[in-house]
Design a protein around this ligand. Structure first.
Ligand SMILES: Nc1ncnc2c1ncn2[C@@H]1O[C@H](COP(=O)(O)OP(=O)(O)OP(=O)(O)O)[C@@H](O)[C@H]1O
Ligand SMILES: [Mg+2]
Length: 466
């Protein structure tokens, strides 16, 4: 493979250029030499080397002058990689060379092993460049956190959102965890009443006895501790959007009251004798099958039908993989914007690798994966290696994983053997990352109880790192 690379050495010290030529030649590269800046330039035009080892102090034309000529004559994409060879004390010239686009500088005398590894690294970046699938243009469009996707399944969602303008119809948004339900709720808001309040509450996170006062509000003296009037979310949201996340967890008793608010569009704050109008739109979110819960008596059926007037089903990522590339680029930009990373491109292999994953955690998992890889990347390019340490390749037929017995063949074995404890630790950490540290889901996937999971997390000292 190496003989496909051409290297030119430009140095007036013939003993040096000969020894480098011999050494790099024995490594399999095709090597030319030139002994001053002018003949070096002619050689570059004639042979089009991939990489030039360029001395700075030379007769006729110096290395820096040659570099200036190259910048004038060649387009950036046609420039060979330049590694400057500098004598001790040439630091200013070396810095100038870097500003003229040199890749690296080496101080002479360069140990041969160092020469080899620097050349190899430099050429590796060329290999990567050839393989790049996408460049992220730094200032093309600034990052904007909006909903991404052009798949027909997503386009259907946009169409439904389009019909909501001018009305206050309740919307039920369903979809697996991490598919973008909240993103859809925001898009509904932005496209209908952007100037009004947007309020989101998570029904699973508010204690049962507080949900009523949170939503309805209360008047002074309504109960012990109600020392002043308190406006609830139904009031605070005004003509805006009230998102009820994890609606399946809404206390059963309160569901009747919610139904009434939706039907009558008014409500009584706790302890109040006058009712108030509800002017907002309710958008309810769930990753559960609400209809099934209603049929099994776990959710009020009348409320289900009332919420389900307009329903939007957000597809799992595996059903709109056409959007994968757009989403990847969007999240690289997001990482550059929010984490201050400077990723400029991603290779085709990396994209193919991400495509081979089935994304059980959906878009959230993709986002976390890209953010994580961007932060950890040593270079400005994301490669397959940027992901392989924490994204285990899967088998394509995983969609049926739930119905068949898992076997040892489903596991990707570590390259070197390790104690069972380490395997356990690594695997728990892996599943936690996949679920974005959703402990309930992690315990479920691992088939252990939540307290056992907590114990393991503590024992192994695991913690969320991005
Ligand atoms: N279509 C999309 N375009 C851009 N970003 C998206 C899209 N869908 C989801 N995201 C991003 O993925 C992450 C998860 O999305 P979101 O919180 O909306 O998912 P969710 O369906 O509400 O998940 P959960 O059920 O777990 O609450 C967010 O950071 C969001 O910005
Ligand atoms: Mg959500």
């Amino acid at each position: 493979m190496k003989n496909k690379w051409k290297i030119l050495i430009v140095d007036d010290d013939l003993s040096i250029s000969r020894s480098y030529q011999k050494y790099l030649g024995s490594e399999g590269y095709t090597v030319f030499t030139a002994d001053d800046g002018r003949s070096g330039f002619m050689m570059i035009e004639k042979e089009r080397p991939d990489l030039v080892l360029l001395d700075i102090n030379m007769p006729v034309k110096t290395g820096l002058e040659l570099l200036e000529d190259l910048n004038r004559v060649f387009e950036k994409k046609d420039m060979p990689l330049i590694i400057m060879l500098t004598a001790y004390g040439d630091l200013d010239a070396a810095i100038k060379a870097m500003s003229l686009g040199a890749y690296e500088f080496l101080t002479k005398p360069v140990p041969l092993e160092k020469l080899r590894s620097t050349v190899e690294c430099a050429l590796e970046t060329l290999t990567l460049k050839e393989r790049v699938a996408y460049f992220i243009e730094p200032d093309s469009t600034p990052f904007k956190d909006t909903i991404i996707g052009r798949d027909p399944l997503m386009v259907d969602i946009y169409k439904t959102i389009g019909t909501l303008k001018g009305n206050k119809a309740t919307v039920l948004v369903t979809g697996e965890s991490g598919t973008g339900k909240e993103m859809v709720a925001k898009a509904i808001h932005e496209n209908t009443v952007p100037g009004e309040p947007f309020i989101a509450i998570n029904c699973a996170a508010i204690p049962e006895n507080l949900i009523e006062s949170e939503l309805m509000g209360y008047v002074k003296g309504a109960f012990t501790g109600a020392t002043a009037n308190h406006d609830g979310k139904f009031e605070l949201v005004k003509g805006g959007t009230l998102v009820l996340d994890e609606i399946s967890e809404m206390p059963y008793d309160f569901q009747t009251k919610l139904l009434r608010v939706i039907q009558e569009r008014d409500f009584y704050p706790i302890g109040a004798s006058d009712k108030k109008r509800f002017n907002g739109r309710i958008v309810a979110l769930t990753n559960k099958n609400l209809k099934e819960l209603a049929e099994n008596g776990k959710f009020r059926e009348d409320l289900f039908y009332r919420l389900n007037v307009i329903s939007i089903s957000v597809p799992p990522l595996r059903n709109h993989m056409n959007d994968l590339e757009m989403l990847i680029l969007h999240f690289i930009k997001k990482a550059n914007f929010t984490q201050n990373t400077a990723i400029q491109s991603i290779t085709k292999e990396a994209v193919d690798y991400l495509r081979s994953h089935t994304w059980p955690g959906n878009i959230r998992e993709l986002e976390n994966t890209i953010l994580h890889a961007s932060v950890k990347a040593k270079d400005k390019i994301l490669t397959r290696d940027s992901f392989s340490s924490f994204l285990v390749p899967e088998k394509k037929d995983q969609s049926s994983a739930g119905t068949r017995q898992n076997t040892v063949d489903d596991l990707v074995m570590p390259e070197k053997l390790m104690p069972l404890r380490d395997v356990e630790k690594n695997y728990i950490e892996f599943v936690l990352r996949q679920t974005n540290w959703h402990k309930g889901k992690t315990a479920e996937l691992l088939g252990i109880t939540r307290p056992t999971l907590d114990k393991r997390i503590e024992e192994f000292g695991l913690h969320k790192d991005v």
